[in-house]
Design a protein around this ligand. Sequence first.
Ligand code: UFG
Length: 327
Amino acid sequence: MNVLITGGAGYIGSHVVLELSKTNHNIIVYDNLQKGHRGAVLAGKLIVGDLNDTDKLEHVCREYDIQGVMHFAADSLVGESMKDPAKYYKNNVGNAINLLEVMRKNGIKYMVFSSTAAVYGEPDRIPITEETLTNPTNVYGRTKLVIEEMLKDYDRAYGMKFITLRYFNASGADPSGQIGEDHSPETHLIPLVLYTALGKRESISIFGTDYPTRDGTCIRDYIHVSDLAQAHILALEALLAGSESKIYNLGNGEGYSVREVIDMVKKVTGRDFKVNESERRPGDPAILVASSAKARKELGWKPQYGDLQKIIETAWNWHKNNPDGFK
Ligand code: UFG
C-alpha cells in the first residue's frame, strides 16, 4: 500500500517510517520541517509541504496514489497550547480538516491517528483504559480530542476507518542509534536529564515533590518509541484486514516517578549531576499509567523495550553520539 506519513520527519513519525520500511508498504513522508528533521527520514520519499497547502497535499495524494494515511503532524507543547490556543486549533484541528477532506475527495479510506494520553486530563482511576472519561486539562489535549470526534463522524457519514492511538510518554531512540529525539525547545524529562548528564545543562529541576505518590514526584508511563512504531504497523494491518474504527492506549502499564527516572539516568550513564527541587508545573497530573490490554489483545501488540533501563539506554546511546541532535 502507498502510505502518506504526515509529520514523518518528527520524533515518533521518523521511528514509524523506519519500522514501516521493513514491511512492503511504500512510504511518502509529508512534513513542513518546522520541527522535523530531514536527516531523521531514513526511508521513503520526503516531500516538504504544509498541511494547510491543500492543493499540494491533494496533488501528492493523487501523484503517489495514496491509499492510507498515518497522521503525526501536530503541535504538541502543553504550555504553549495554553498561551496560544489559536495556533493549536489552526495547526492541529484546522489541518486535520484539510487532510480529511483531501482523503474524502480522493477515496482514501484508512487513517492511523496520533493521539495522546492528554485527552484524559486528571483521570479518576489508574490504570487508564480507553473507557476512562476524557476530560483534557489543556488545549493540546482538547485539540486531539476534537479530532478524534471528527474521525468518528467521518466514519459514520462517509465510512472512513480510523485507528486512534493514544500515546503515553513516548521515549527512547531506535536501538540502531541512527535516529532519536531532537526537539527544540526540549521540554521532556528524559532528554533533559540526559542533556544534564552530558553537561549541556547545569542541573535538572524536579517539578513538584509534594504529589500524592510514593516519593512525592509525578509518575508517568514511559513507552519506547520503537514499540509505539510497531503498534502503528499493526494498526495499519488491522485496518487493511477490515477492522472497525477503534481507539487504543499505548503504554507499558508501569509507572516511574521523576526521581526514579533521574536515578536510572545516573545508573545508565555512570554520571552524577545536580538535581533541584522546584515548584509544580501547572497542569501536570500526579499519575498517568495506561492499561494497554486492548491493544495487546486485539492488535497483538507486544512491547519489546518495557523496562525503563532499556528505554534510557537507547536514548543515551543516541544523545551521547549526537549531542547536537540532527544538526
Ligand atoms: N519534569 C520535571 N522536570 C523537567 C521536565 C519534566 O520534573 O525538567 C516532569 C514533569 O513535571 C512530568 C514528568 O517529568 O511530571 C514528565 O514530563 P514530560 O514533559 O516529559 O511529559 P508529560 O507527561 O508532561 O507529557 C507527555 C507529552 C505530552 C502528552 C503527555 C501525555 O509531552 O505531549 O505526555 O501523557 F500529552
